[in-house]
Design a protein around this ligand. Structure first.
Ligand code: FAD
Length: 303
């Protein structure tokens, strides 16, 4: 099923993101979390794509396992960085043969350990070219072609300080064939609403999913700021975390509360979808559903 079909059937979607675990043990643990999260009836789940060879194989393994062993609709992230056209073709052929129908098409960033990496060797320089490449791929295994999502940045992408230009580039991805936009995580909903309006002004009409990542007892603020390309921590959130005096359990509770309030406000403001960055755990997402007073995504949609 294409994510587009899910949008047609549901006014709001709720999706969960995982990253490929690094060991067999971690993989088993992740699968126990995925099993628990299935009870929340997500609209779909997605798996991130690493920067290096073995990490990339782990993405394929995880996506195939989700496809084989669960009834969840799986979206595989795919980046064009460090890939030739032949490699991308092989990956897409494998996905088509295995029934993976949806891709989140990204440019990606060069691996951190390859500081002088020459991007001119990559098949594509920007994600819109990857979208166009994926879009034109249909074959007997995949006659309809792939459903395609792309990334959006409510606070702007650091590579393009000019935000009007950034919107032009984002529109190119949509015009190339993207069905929806999934955003980078953010902690201040006003940034998302402003981004949504900018998209509207730029003539972008596809659904925009809001990326939400709760701060948990295990997350270090420093690491999160890095992950989030410097996502803005509003002073109110920083103050609330500061009050915890370094108590990680308390910080986890503050983080869940903050994310729950973000979701409540997004739902009140007709968000088209919420994409939860689960960090491969099930507890935080389940607690957010509990805080919102529902037992699954059907409840969040208001039935
Ligand atoms: P692009 O859309 O190509 O944009 C990259 C930069 O180039 C932007 O600054 C853009 O404005 C600019 N630009 C675009 N087109 C042009 C043009 N024609 N001329 C000049 N400038 C242009 N990374 C991973 O490695 N693996 C993942 O699984 C992954 N998943 C992600 C999921 C989501 C929801 C998000 C938001 C990000 C994810 N990322 C992932 C991170 C992403 O790959 C990086 O942020 C990357 O720097 C940008 O990717 P993009 O697809 O937005 O690139």
């Amino acid at each position: 099923m294409h994510i587009l079909d899910i949008f047609r059937d549901h006014p709001t979607t709720f999706s969960f993101e995982f990253f490929p675990p690094k060991s067999d043990e971690a993989s088993e643990e992740l699968f126990s979390h995925i099993a628990r999260l299935q009870a929340l009836q997500p609209s779909f789940v997605s798996v991130t794509y690493g920067a290096g060879g073995s990490d990339r194989e782990r993405t394929h393994d995880l996506i195939f396992r989700i496809q084989r062993e669960t009834n969840l609709t799986a979206v595989s992230h795919l980046t064009s960085v460090c890939h030739s056209k032949e490699e991308l073709t092989q990956i897409l052929d494998r996905y088509a043969r295995s029934g993976i129908e949806n891709i989140l098409a990204l440019r990606g960033d060069p691996p951190r350990d390859r500081k002088n990496y020459d991007r001119s060797n990559d098949a594509f320089q920007y994600a819109n070219e990857l979208v166009a490449f994926i879009k034109q791929r249909t074959d007997a295994n995949n006659p309809r072609g792939f459903g395609i999502g792309v990334a959006g940045f409510p606070e702007g992408h650091p590579g393009t300080p000019n935000r009007l230009l950034e919107m032009e580039y984002l529109k190119r991805k949509v015009d190339a064939g993207a069905d929806y936009i999934c955003t980078q995580l953010f902690f201040c909903n006003d940034d998302f609403y402003d981004f949504r309006e900018r998209c509207e002004l730029a003539g972008i009409q596809v659904p925009i999913l809001a990326g939400i990542m709760p701060i948990t007892k295990n997350t270090s603020i420093k690491k999160m700021a890095e992950l989030a390309l410097g996502a803005r921590f509003p002073a109110r959130l920083l103050r609330a975390l500061d009050r915890c005096g370094g108590d990680s359990e308390a910080m986890g509770r503050v983080g869940i509360h903050w994310a729950s309030e973000q979701c409540r406000d997004l739902l009140d403001n007709n968000v088209r979808g919420i994409h939860f960055y689960t960090l491969n755990r099930s507890d935080a997402t389940r607690l957010i559903y509990e805080n919102l007073g529902v037992k699954d995504s059907l409840g969040l949609r208001g039935r």
